[in-house]
Design a binder for this molecule. Structure first.
Ligand SMILES: NC(=O)c1ccc[n+]([C@@H]2O[C@H](COP(=O)([O-])OP(=O)(O)OC[C@H]3O[C@@H](n4cnc5c(N)ncnc54)[C@H](O)[C@@H]3O)[C@@H](O)[C@H]2O)c1
Length: 468
């Protein structure tokens, strides 16, 4: 299989000159996108799709937004998004006003009415296997509305081979068209950091473009140059494009695992990990990441699983990736044990514990795979009396309502009042300001190492990597 793909990329370099029709299409792209003749449909207006739709609107394109959620469609029609992503609502509002933003609930019609179709629906991992049902649904609808010369891009992070083995066959079957001859297929991974997504797309990183063949790559590069100001990195194959995105996530996961390992080591040694890290990172070849109570979100915990699943098929040992995932997964339990050392063992069942942060990290409202859920499960096993949760950006949560002793608070001061122990889980800005006055002598475990220890009583405090 690998050799065949390699052969394809060699042939690809020797392709003959592009035909005239295709050259004309390339030359007219800019004008047709700006005039609205060529519309862009974004399937899935979530954390990735909504800033992408906004970026296209800001670039002057006409955009059709599609989602399966009625609420998201309703909000979009009002010029709003449920995601606190700077610039998105503003772009929607302007787009509606200028008649450049259209919101459809008919997925097939959205494909019929557009030239570029971007698949931005989620791919999570169920037991290490990619959950591709949303991608397959959308690809089926796109295929039914696909026309000659259309362009389709897959954007979520996926196991290597997904675009060619899953998406293209669906598109071809539904449309009776042939990739590269009749339509063009691109894989373009999204590389955003939630909270600054539009800036990331437009200014911060180059776009990664891979195409099924030479024409797909050529047209993808031309189209995406319109939004990625940092330019385009063209990949020699779709599989390389899919894999590079997984590398980005694995790199983070493995490096966070290393810092977790060194933080635990420092705790046993009786030194302050953070001090050692600061000194070590002053040397240019050392970049020790921040340790923490858990790695959450829809990306970093998921991508290593795609690599591991593929590695199993290929019979390659990826032990570092595997061990890192296990270590990072074990951190919520480890941190709960460390935190509970701050209160008397006999008092645990009578204790009220406040967890600060339900989002998977600070500055976002996204709770997917948040370590806070694992902390709650651990505390439930230990039968603590009451669990309180505060998050400045999360105001309701279905998981919490499964437990009668677990509550989500709006006010930080209320969540803290009378608690026996506070655990910092997400690094939201407002938690960094906690001090003696706000803590009122309550024990504090800092699972992110964000509290300024000059502002608190040290005999009731410990943090990851710094046990007093
Ligand atoms: N969130 C990130 O920071 C991030 C960063 C880089 C890459 N990614 C990748 O992007 C993918 C998408 O992530 P996201 O964070 O945007 O997810 P999300 O859940 O925020 O958004 C996905 C949207 O797709 C919609 N949807 C789901 N199934 C659908 C269907 N069948 N038809 C139409 N709409 C459907 C959902 O209603 C939702 O609004 C992830 O799986 C990940 O691989 C995410």
């Amino acid at each position: 299989m690998t050799n065949k793909r390699y052969a394809k990329s060699i042939k690809f370099d020797n392709d003959k000159l592009l035909d005239n029709n295709f050259s004309e299409l390339l030359l007219s792209l800019d004008n047709k996108i700006h005039s609205g003749e060529f519309k862009v449909t974004v399937y899935g207006l979530g954390h990735v799709g909504s800033p992408i739709a906004a970026a296209w609107l800001r670039a002057g394109a006409s955009v059709i937004g599609v989602d399966k959620s009625k609420l998201i469609l309703h909000n979009a029609r009002e010029g709003k998004t449920h995601i606190p992503e700077p610039g998105v609502s503003n772009a929607y509002e302007k787009g509606l006003h200028n008649k450049k933003f259209f919101v459809y609930d008919d997925l097939i019609k959205a494909s019929q009415d557009s030239f570029l179709k971007m698949i931005c629906v989620p791919v999570l991992a169920a037991d290490g296997t990619a959950e591709l049902s949303a991608v397959k649904n959308v690809a089926t609808a796109i295929g039914k509305g696909l026309k000659k010369n259309d362009v389709v891009t897959l954007n979520p992070s996926v196991p290597p081979g997904t675009t060619e083995d899953v998406v293209i066959p669906i598109l071809q079957k539904q449309s009776h068209l042939t990739v590269e001859e009749d339509f063009y297929m691109i894989y373009n991974p999204e590389r955003i950091y939630e909270g600054r997504a539009i800036e990331d797309i437009e200014e911060r990183y180059p776009g990664i473009i891979s195409g099924y063949g030479k024409k797909s790559l050529e047209i993808g590069t031309k189209i995406f140059s319109l939004i990625y100001k940092k330019g385009i990195i063209s990949m020699s194959s779709i599989k390389s494009g899919e894999t590079e995105k997984l590398f980005e996530g694995v790199y983070r996961d493995v490096n966070i695992a290393l810092s977790n390992e060194l933080a635990i080591f420092s705790e046993r040694l009786g030194i302050n990990f953070w001090e050692a890290r600061h000194a070590a990172n002053s040397q240019p070849f050392c970049n020790i990441h921040k340790p923490g109570i858990g790695v959450g979100g829809a990306c970093i915990p998921v991508y290593p699983q795609f690599i591991l699943k593929t590695a199993k098929v290929l019979q390659v040992d990826c032990n570092l990736t595997k061990y890192s995932r296990l270590l990072n997964n074990s951190m919520p339990k480890y941190c709960v044990r460390q935190a509970l050392r701050l209160i008397q063992p006999k008092n645990i069942r009578n204790s009220t514990i406040t967890l600060l942060g339900l989002a998977f990290r600070g500055g976002v409202s996204d709770t997917r795979l948040s370590p806070t859920y694992d902390v709650i499960k651990e505390l439930q096993k230990l039968k603590v009396k009451e669990i309180r949760i505060h998050d400045p950006l999360v105001k309701k949560d279905n998981f919490i309502s499964n437990y009668i002793n677990t509550f989500l608070f709006n006010e930080l001061s209320e969540a803290i009042k009378g608690a026996d122990l506070i655990m910092v889980i997400a690094d939201h800005e407002e938690y960094k300001k906690l001090n003696n006055e706000s803590l009122k002598n309550i024990a504090l475990y800092d699972g992110r190492g964000i509290i300024n220890i000059d502002n608190i009583i040290l005999d009731k405090y410990s943090s990851i990597g710094n046990i007093q």
